[in-house]
Design a protein around this ligand. Sequence first.
Ligand code: NAP
Ligand code: GDD
Length: 330
Amino acid sequence: MAKRALITGITGQDGGHLAELLHKKDYKVYGIIRGQHNPKRIVVEQEQPYVNLIEADLTDGSSLVRAIETAQPEELYNLAAVSHVGYSFKNPQLTAEVTGKGVLNVLEAIRLSGGEKTIRFYQASTSEMFGGLDYNRPGKGYDEDALFHPRSPYGVAKLYGHWITKNYRESYGIHASCGILFNHEGPRRGLEFVTRKISNSVARIHLGKQDHIELGNLDSKRDWGYAGDYVDGMWRMLQQDEPGDYILATGETHSIGDFLELAFKEVGIDDWKPYVKQNPAFMRPAEVDILLGNPAKAESVLGWKRQVDFPGLVKMMVQYDLGIETKRST
Ligand code: NAP
Ligand code: GDD
Protein backbone atom coordinates (compact mmCIF):
# COMPACT_ATOMS: atom_id res chain seq x y z
CA MET A 1 0.00 0.00 0.00
CA ALA A 2 1.36 3.43 -0.96
CA LYS A 3 1.91 5.78 1.98
CA ARG A 4 -0.25 8.92 1.96
CA ALA A 5 1.05 12.41 2.66
CA LEU A 6 -0.79 15.72 2.99
CA ILE A 7 1.15 18.93 2.32
CA THR A 8 -0.04 22.42 3.23
CA GLY A 9 1.71 25.10 1.14
CA ILE A 10 1.75 22.87 -1.96
CA THR A 11 1.96 25.91 -4.27
CA GLY A 12 5.07 27.24 -2.52
CA GLN A 13 8.75 26.56 -3.19
CA ASP A 14 9.14 23.76 -0.64
CA GLY A 15 5.71 22.25 -1.36
CA GLY A 16 6.74 21.72 -5.00
CA HIS A 17 10.06 20.08 -4.10
CA LEU A 18 8.53 17.93 -1.37
CA ALA A 19 5.68 16.71 -3.58
CA GLU A 20 8.25 15.69 -6.19
CA LEU A 21 10.36 13.84 -3.60
CA LEU A 22 7.38 11.98 -2.09
CA HIS A 23 6.03 11.09 -5.53
CA LYS A 24 9.41 9.55 -6.41
CA LYS A 25 9.13 7.54 -3.20
CA ASP A 26 5.71 6.24 -4.38
CA TYR A 27 3.61 8.21 -1.89
CA LYS A 28 0.09 9.23 -2.76
CA VAL A 29 0.44 13.01 -2.45
CA TYR A 30 -2.34 15.39 -1.38
CA GLY A 31 -1.92 19.16 -1.29
CA ILE A 32 -4.00 21.95 0.20
CA ILE A 33 -4.81 24.84 -2.12
CA ARG A 34 -6.48 28.01 -0.89
CA GLY A 35 -8.58 30.78 -2.43
CA GLN A 36 -11.38 30.86 -4.98
CA HIS A 37 -9.26 31.89 -7.97
CA ASN A 38 -5.76 30.71 -7.20
CA PRO A 39 -3.66 31.09 -10.40
CA LYS A 40 -1.15 28.57 -9.04
CA ARG A 41 -3.74 25.76 -9.26
CA ILE A 42 -3.18 25.39 -12.99
CA VAL A 43 0.59 25.35 -12.49
CA VAL A 44 0.37 22.44 -10.03
CA GLU A 45 -2.17 20.64 -12.22
CA GLN A 46 0.08 20.91 -15.26
CA GLU A 47 3.52 20.43 -13.71
CA GLN A 48 2.70 17.99 -10.92
CA PRO A 49 -0.43 16.12 -12.06
CA TYR A 50 0.12 13.39 -9.46
CA VAL A 51 -0.81 15.86 -6.68
CA ASN A 52 -4.40 15.53 -5.46
CA LEU A 53 -5.53 19.06 -4.61
CA ILE A 54 -7.91 19.74 -1.73
CA GLU A 55 -9.42 23.18 -1.14
CA ALA A 56 -8.75 24.40 2.40
CA ASP A 57 -7.26 27.33 4.27
CA LEU A 58 -5.06 27.42 7.36
CA THR A 59 -7.40 29.95 8.96
CA ASP A 60 -10.48 27.68 8.50
CA GLY A 61 -10.24 24.80 10.97
CA SER A 62 -13.22 22.90 9.58
CA SER A 63 -11.68 22.89 6.09
CA LEU A 64 -8.54 21.32 7.59
CA VAL A 65 -10.54 18.57 9.30
CA ARG A 66 -12.20 17.77 5.96
CA ALA A 67 -8.82 17.77 4.20
CA ILE A 68 -7.45 15.24 6.69
CA GLU A 69 -10.57 13.09 6.37
CA THR A 70 -10.18 13.11 2.57
CA ALA A 71 -6.45 12.44 2.44
CA GLN A 72 -6.22 10.03 5.42
CA PRO A 73 -2.50 10.84 5.61
CA GLU A 74 0.21 9.00 7.54
CA GLU A 75 2.39 12.11 7.20
CA LEU A 76 1.30 15.76 7.30
CA TYR A 77 3.79 18.47 6.36
CA ASN A 78 2.70 21.96 7.43
CA LEU A 79 4.55 24.26 5.03
CA ALA A 80 1.83 26.89 4.55
CA ALA A 81 2.56 30.33 5.97
CA VAL A 82 2.75 34.03 5.32
CA SER A 83 6.47 33.50 4.74
CA HIS A 84 7.86 36.85 3.57
CA VAL A 85 9.48 38.70 6.47
CA GLY A 86 9.06 42.18 4.94
CA TYR A 87 5.38 41.52 4.18
CA SER A 88 4.84 40.39 7.79
CA PHE A 89 5.70 43.90 9.04
CA LYS A 90 2.97 45.32 6.78
CA ASN A 91 0.40 42.59 7.61
CA PRO A 92 1.22 41.53 11.17
CA GLN A 93 -2.27 40.41 12.18
CA LEU A 94 -2.72 38.22 9.10
CA THR A 95 0.73 36.79 9.77
CA ALA A 96 -0.24 35.91 13.34
CA GLU A 97 -3.47 34.25 12.12
CA VAL A 98 -1.85 32.14 9.39
CA THR A 99 1.77 31.57 10.40
CA GLY A 100 1.06 31.34 14.14
CA LYS A 101 -2.51 30.27 14.88
CA GLY A 102 -2.73 28.33 11.62
CA VAL A 103 -0.37 25.76 13.15
CA LEU A 104 -2.73 25.30 16.08
CA ASN A 105 -5.61 24.87 13.62
CA VAL A 106 -3.76 22.04 11.86
CA LEU A 107 -2.84 20.33 15.14
CA GLU A 108 -6.43 20.60 16.38
CA ALA A 109 -7.68 19.19 13.06
CA ILE A 110 -5.39 16.18 13.62
CA ARG A 111 -6.96 15.66 17.06
CA LEU A 112 -10.54 16.24 15.88
CA SER A 113 -10.12 13.69 13.12
CA GLY A 114 -8.66 11.14 15.58
CA GLY A 115 -5.19 11.22 14.03
CA GLU A 116 -3.02 11.74 17.17
CA LYS A 117 -1.56 8.24 17.00
CA THR A 118 -1.62 7.69 13.23
CA ILE A 119 -0.42 10.96 11.68
CA ARG A 120 3.21 12.10 11.81
CA PHE A 121 3.41 15.90 11.72
CA TYR A 122 6.14 18.22 10.39
CA GLN A 123 6.17 21.90 11.33
CA ALA A 124 8.17 24.35 9.19
CA SER A 125 10.03 26.29 11.89
CA THR A 126 12.70 28.79 10.92
CA SER A 127 16.08 30.35 11.70
CA GLU A 128 14.19 33.69 11.84
CA MET A 129 13.21 32.62 15.39
CA PHE A 130 16.84 33.19 16.46
CA GLY A 131 17.01 36.77 15.24
CA GLY A 132 20.73 36.95 14.51
CA LEU A 133 21.75 38.83 17.66
CA ASP A 134 23.67 35.99 19.27
CA TYR A 135 24.63 33.87 16.30
CA ASN A 136 28.06 32.85 17.40
CA ARG A 137 27.18 31.72 20.92
CA PRO A 138 28.08 28.05 20.54
CA GLY A 139 31.07 28.94 18.34
CA LYS A 140 29.68 27.16 15.28
CA GLY A 141 26.42 28.98 14.74
CA TYR A 142 22.97 28.34 16.14
CA ASP A 143 22.19 24.84 17.33
CA GLU A 144 18.91 23.38 18.64
CA ASP A 145 19.57 24.72 22.17
CA ALA A 146 20.27 28.35 21.20
CA LEU A 147 18.08 31.13 22.56
CA PHE A 148 15.24 32.57 20.49
CA HIS A 149 14.91 36.30 19.86
CA PRO A 150 12.63 36.83 16.84
CA ARG A 151 12.96 40.22 15.11
CA SER A 152 9.80 40.32 12.95
CA PRO A 153 6.06 39.58 13.22
CA TYR A 154 6.86 36.54 11.05
CA GLY A 155 9.54 35.30 13.46
CA VAL A 156 7.26 35.82 16.46
CA ALA A 157 4.38 33.96 14.78
CA LYS A 158 6.71 31.09 13.82
CA LEU A 159 7.89 30.86 17.42
CA TYR A 160 4.28 30.31 18.51
CA GLY A 161 3.95 27.59 15.86
CA HIS A 162 7.17 26.00 17.10
CA TRP A 163 6.12 25.91 20.74
CA ILE A 164 2.54 24.80 20.13
CA THR A 165 3.91 21.90 18.08
CA LYS A 166 6.22 20.90 20.95
CA ASN A 167 3.32 21.33 23.37
CA TYR A 168 1.05 18.99 21.37
CA ARG A 169 3.87 16.46 21.18
CA GLU A 170 4.27 16.57 24.98
CA SER A 171 0.55 16.82 25.80
CA TYR A 172 -1.06 14.39 23.34
CA GLY A 173 1.83 12.18 22.21
CA ILE A 174 1.61 13.33 18.59
CA HIS A 175 4.66 12.34 16.50
CA ALA A 176 5.33 16.03 15.79
CA SER A 177 8.73 17.33 14.67
CA CYS A 178 9.97 20.85 13.99
CA GLY A 179 12.55 21.49 11.30
CA ILE A 180 14.38 24.72 12.13
CA LEU A 181 15.43 25.51 8.60
CA PHE A 182 17.89 28.17 7.55
CA ASN A 183 17.32 29.97 4.22
CA HIS A 184 16.97 27.62 1.28
CA GLU A 185 16.56 28.76 -2.27
CA GLY A 186 16.46 27.58 -5.87
CA PRO A 187 14.67 28.11 -9.17
CA ARG A 188 11.27 27.63 -7.49
CA ARG A 189 11.91 30.51 -5.06
CA GLY A 190 9.41 33.40 -5.23
CA LEU A 191 10.68 36.48 -7.07
CA GLU A 192 10.15 38.63 -3.96
CA PHE A 193 12.95 36.93 -1.99
CA VAL A 194 16.41 38.45 -2.37
CA THR A 195 18.25 35.55 -4.04
CA ARG A 196 15.68 35.00 -6.78
CA LYS A 197 15.21 38.74 -7.24
CA ILE A 198 18.95 38.94 -7.91
CA SER A 199 19.23 35.85 -10.16
CA ASN A 200 16.24 36.95 -12.24
CA SER A 201 17.42 40.57 -12.51
CA VAL A 202 20.94 39.47 -13.49
CA ALA A 203 19.47 37.36 -16.30
CA ARG A 204 17.31 40.28 -17.44
CA ILE A 205 20.24 42.73 -17.32
CA HIS A 206 22.32 40.30 -19.38
CA LEU A 207 19.53 40.08 -21.96
CA GLY A 208 19.05 43.88 -22.09
CA LYS A 209 15.54 43.79 -20.55
CA GLN A 210 16.48 45.74 -17.40
CA ASP A 211 19.37 48.04 -16.50
CA HIS A 212 19.68 47.78 -12.70
CA ILE A 213 18.37 46.12 -9.51
CA GLU A 214 16.90 47.97 -6.53
CA LEU A 215 17.64 46.35 -3.19
CA GLY A 216 17.38 47.21 0.50
CA ASN A 217 19.99 46.23 3.09
CA LEU A 218 23.08 44.85 1.37
CA ASP A 219 24.97 44.06 4.57
CA SER A 220 22.97 41.15 5.96
CA LYS A 221 24.37 37.63 5.81
CA ARG A 222 22.49 34.37 5.42
CA ASP A 223 23.18 30.64 5.62
CA TRP A 224 21.86 29.79 2.13
CA GLY A 225 21.28 26.21 0.94
CA TYR A 226 19.33 24.52 -1.86
CA ALA A 227 15.64 23.77 -1.21
CA GLY A 228 15.80 20.36 -2.91
CA ASP A 229 18.28 19.21 -0.24
CA TYR A 230 16.16 20.55 2.61
CA VAL A 231 12.90 18.73 1.79
CA ASP A 232 14.87 15.47 2.02
CA GLY A 233 15.70 16.49 5.61
CA MET A 234 12.00 17.09 6.35
CA TRP A 235 11.14 13.60 5.14
CA ARG A 236 13.97 12.06 7.19
CA MET A 237 12.60 13.69 10.37
CA LEU A 238 9.26 11.92 9.95
CA GLN A 239 10.95 8.53 9.40
CA GLN A 240 12.50 8.55 12.91
CA ASP A 241 10.97 6.36 15.62
CA GLU A 242 10.82 9.38 17.93
CA PRO A 243 9.83 12.95 17.01
CA GLY A 244 12.33 15.77 17.56
CA ASP A 245 13.58 19.17 16.49
CA TYR A 246 16.40 19.56 14.00
CA ILE A 247 18.36 22.38 12.40
CA LEU A 248 18.97 22.13 8.65
CA ALA A 249 21.70 24.51 7.50
CA THR A 250 24.95 24.58 5.54
CA GLY A 251 27.21 25.85 8.34
CA GLU A 252 28.39 28.73 6.10
CA THR A 253 27.22 32.32 5.96
CA HIS A 254 27.48 34.72 2.99
CA SER A 255 26.56 38.36 2.42
CA ILE A 256 24.16 39.71 -0.19
CA GLY A 257 27.29 41.17 -1.82
CA ASP A 258 28.76 37.63 -2.11
CA PHE A 259 25.58 36.49 -3.87
CA LEU A 260 25.64 39.51 -6.19
CA GLU A 261 29.28 38.92 -7.04
CA LEU A 262 28.83 35.28 -8.06
CA ALA A 263 25.54 35.96 -9.88
CA PHE A 264 26.99 38.77 -12.02
CA LYS A 265 30.17 36.75 -12.71
CA GLU A 266 27.91 34.01 -14.12
CA VAL A 267 27.01 36.40 -16.98
CA GLY A 268 30.55 37.75 -17.37
CA ILE A 269 30.22 40.95 -15.29
CA ASP A 270 33.07 41.41 -12.79
CA ASP A 271 31.89 44.59 -11.04
CA TRP A 272 28.25 44.43 -9.87
CA LYS A 273 28.21 47.78 -8.06
CA PRO A 274 27.15 49.98 -11.04
CA TYR A 275 24.07 47.77 -11.51
CA VAL A 276 22.73 47.92 -7.94
CA LYS A 277 20.82 50.83 -6.36
CA GLN A 278 19.68 50.94 -2.76
CA ASN A 279 16.01 51.70 -2.17
CA PRO A 280 14.81 52.33 1.41
CA ALA A 281 11.42 50.80 0.47
CA PHE A 282 13.06 47.37 0.77
CA MET A 283 14.51 48.03 4.26
CA ARG A 284 12.79 46.47 7.29
CA PRO A 285 11.91 48.14 10.63
CA ALA A 286 14.15 45.59 12.37
CA GLU A 287 16.72 43.43 10.61
CA VAL A 288 18.30 40.02 11.20
CA ASP A 289 21.90 40.92 10.44
CA ILE A 290 23.45 37.47 10.31
CA LEU A 291 22.34 33.83 10.35
CA LEU A 292 24.64 30.83 10.64
CA GLY A 293 23.35 27.36 11.49
CA ASN A 294 24.98 24.27 12.95
CA PRO A 295 23.48 21.15 11.32
CA ALA A 296 25.53 18.64 13.39
CA LYS A 297 22.46 16.94 14.95
CA ALA A 298 20.70 16.43 11.60
CA GLU A 299 23.92 15.10 10.08
CA SER A 300 24.54 12.57 12.84
CA VAL A 301 20.95 11.47 13.67
CA LEU A 302 19.24 11.80 10.27
CA GLY A 303 22.26 11.16 8.05
CA TRP A 304 21.33 14.40 6.27
CA LYS A 305 23.87 16.55 4.45
CA ARG A 306 23.43 19.36 1.97
CA GLN A 307 24.55 18.42 -1.54
CA VAL A 308 24.58 21.78 -3.38
CA ASP A 309 27.19 24.33 -2.24
CA PHE A 310 26.86 28.14 -2.39
CA PRO A 311 28.51 28.72 -5.81
CA GLY A 312 26.50 25.77 -7.20
CA LEU A 313 23.26 27.31 -5.90
CA VAL A 314 23.95 30.74 -7.42
CA LYS A 315 24.91 29.18 -10.75
CA MET A 316 21.77 26.99 -10.80
CA MET A 317 19.50 29.98 -10.16
CA VAL A 318 21.10 32.33 -12.70
CA GLN A 319 21.17 29.62 -15.39
CA TYR A 320 17.49 28.81 -14.74
CA ASP A 321 16.52 32.49 -15.04
CA LEU A 322 18.60 32.91 -18.20
CA GLY A 323 16.60 30.01 -19.65
CA ILE A 324 13.15 31.37 -18.83
CA GLU A 325 13.98 35.00 -19.62
CA THR A 326 15.41 34.04 -23.02
CA LYS A 327 12.06 32.39 -23.92
CA ARG A 328 9.93 35.28 -22.56
CA SER A 329 9.35 38.22 -24.93
CA THR A 330 9.31 41.05 -22.31
P1 NAP B 1 6.36 29.98 0.11
O1 NAP B 1 6.97 29.66 -1.22
O2 NAP B 1 6.09 31.39 0.46
O3 NAP B 1 4.97 29.15 0.22
C1 NAP B 1 4.03 29.44 1.21
C2 NAP B 1 2.81 28.59 0.97
O4 NAP B 1 1.83 28.87 1.99
C3 NAP B 1 2.10 28.85 -0.37
O5 NAP B 1 1.73 27.62 -0.93
C4 NAP B 1 0.88 29.66 0.04
O6 NAP B 1 -0.23 29.51 -0.83
C5 NAP B 1 0.56 28.98 1.37
N1 NAP B 1 -0.37 29.76 2.18
C6 NAP B 1 -0.26 31.06 2.56
N2 NAP B 1 -1.33 31.42 3.30
C7 NAP B 1 -2.14 30.34 3.40
C8 NAP B 1 -3.38 30.07 4.02
N3 NAP B 1 -4.04 31.02 4.71
N4 NAP B 1 -3.92 28.83 3.91
C9 NAP B 1 -3.28 27.86 3.20
N5 NAP B 1 -2.10 28.05 2.57
C10 NAP B 1 -1.54 29.28 2.67
O7 NAP B 1 7.26 29.37 1.28
P2 NAP B 1 8.45 28.28 1.19
O8 NAP B 1 9.71 28.99 0.92
O9 NAP B 1 8.02 27.15 0.36
O10 NAP B 1 8.52 27.83 2.72
C11 NAP B 1 7.72 26.75 3.21
C12 NAP B 1 7.58 26.91 4.72
O11 NAP B 1 8.86 26.87 5.34
C13 NAP B 1 6.95 28.22 5.16
O12 NAP B 1 6.18 27.96 6.31
C14 NAP B 1 8.14 29.10 5.51
O13 NAP B 1 7.76 30.08 6.45
C15 NAP B 1 9.08 28.06 6.10
N6 NAP B 1 10.50 28.35 5.97
C16 NAP B 1 11.03 28.65 4.75
C17 NAP B 1 12.40 28.87 4.64
C18 NAP B 1 13.02 29.20 3.31
O14 NAP B 1 14.17 29.65 3.30
N7 NAP B 1 12.35 28.96 2.20
C19 NAP B 1 13.23 28.75 5.78
C20 NAP B 1 12.64 28.39 7.00
C21 NAP B 1 11.28 28.18 7.08
P3 NAP B 1 -0.49 30.54 -2.06
O15 NAP B 1 0.40 30.07 -3.14
O16 NAP B 1 -1.94 30.34 -2.34
O17 NAP B 1 -0.14 31.91 -1.56
N1 GDD C 1 13.26 40.17 0.03
C1 GDD C 1 14.22 41.11 -0.10
N2 GDD C 1 14.13 42.03 -1.12
N3 GDD C 1 15.22 41.12 0.79
C2 GDD C 1 16.19 42.04 0.64
C3 GDD C 1 16.16 43.01 -0.39
C4 GDD C 1 15.08 43.00 -1.31
O1 GDD C 1 14.97 43.80 -2.24
N4 GDD C 1 17.27 43.78 -0.28
C5 GDD C 1 17.94 43.33 0.77
N5 GDD C 1 17.31 42.29 1.34
C6 GDD C 1 17.74 41.56 2.55
C7 GDD C 1 16.69 41.43 3.63
O2 GDD C 1 16.58 42.66 4.37
C8 GDD C 1 17.28 40.27 4.43
O3 GDD C 1 18.27 40.74 5.29
C9 GDD C 1 17.93 39.40 3.36
O4 GDD C 1 18.04 40.21 2.20
C10 GDD C 1 17.16 38.15 3.02
O5 GDD C 1 15.82 38.50 2.73
P1 GDD C 1 14.79 37.44 2.12
O6 GDD C 1 15.34 36.82 0.89
O7 GDD C 1 13.46 38.11 2.03
O8 GDD C 1 14.78 36.26 3.20
P2 GDD C 1 14.68 36.29 4.79
O9 GDD C 1 15.99 35.84 5.32
O10 GDD C 1 14.15 37.58 5.29
O11 GDD C 1 13.55 35.19 5.06
C11 GDD C 1 13.59 33.92 4.40
O12 GDD C 1 14.35 33.01 5.16
C12 GDD C 1 13.79 32.69 6.44
C13 GDD C 1 14.76 31.70 7.14
O13 GDD C 1 15.81 32.39 7.74
C14 GDD C 1 12.15 33.47 4.18
O14 GDD C 1 12.14 32.33 3.35
C15 GDD C 1 11.50 33.09 5.51
O15 GDD C 1 10.22 32.49 5.25
C16 GDD C 1 12.42 32.07 6.22
O16 GDD C 1 11.87 31.66 7.45
